[in-house]
Design a protein. Sequence first.
Length: 251
Amino acid sequence: MRNVRLYSLLLLFVLLALWEMLAKNMSELVLPAPSVIFFTMLDGMRSGYLFPHIIRTTLEVVLGLFCGGLFGFFFGILMGEVGFLRKLLFPYVIASQAVPKLALAPLFILWFGFGMTSKVVITALICFFPLLENTVTSIQYVDKQKEELFRMLKASRWQTLIHLKIPAGMPGILAGLRVAVVLAVVGAVVGEFIGGSEGLGALIIASQGMMDTPLMFVSLLLLTIIGMFLYQLVAILEKRWLKPYTREKRK
């Protein structure tokens, strides 16, 4: 495992070195070198210029992920447990996800304004579906023998859901959360692209207007770092939550 991580880090250094060599023969407007991007980011951090944008985007991502994930989880449980609701609502859920969020963003800006609310709503809508889909699937496809055992023990529907279906479905539910984390960054940036004066998405648009390509790459790098940090955080929590489940599987 350590060797794989070492090789991965070595590959990163090789790619950065190749990028640095390639960028020497090109204009910064087309492709800035990694060293230029690094010093641009360092200057932005020292001056405090980047911090409001980082904080704004991070808040939008976290709030949108929380709201979308929470609604997706609870609606997923309802639709997984109640077949009538699943058949009634699922076509509308699919239809809502089929519409490109970039096309809906101007409407949300019109309804909720140019502040943080519209970006959080867009992010929540994007995060909603992965949690919903994975929760519905995980609740439905539980081990039938265990479910039959709960019936024999005369467990109520609520007890079966809390003590069997949700714990057994946690691997799938958390997998949906990992997908939602990555999509949350996309949702926040989409909202900032359409209407926003603060945030890393708005900074990308501003740097494009100023023809400041290094600043654009800095914004992209910071978005990548935010997404990877949140993804790794969910992965660590997933390992801790699923320890009892993995032990049971090994037995």
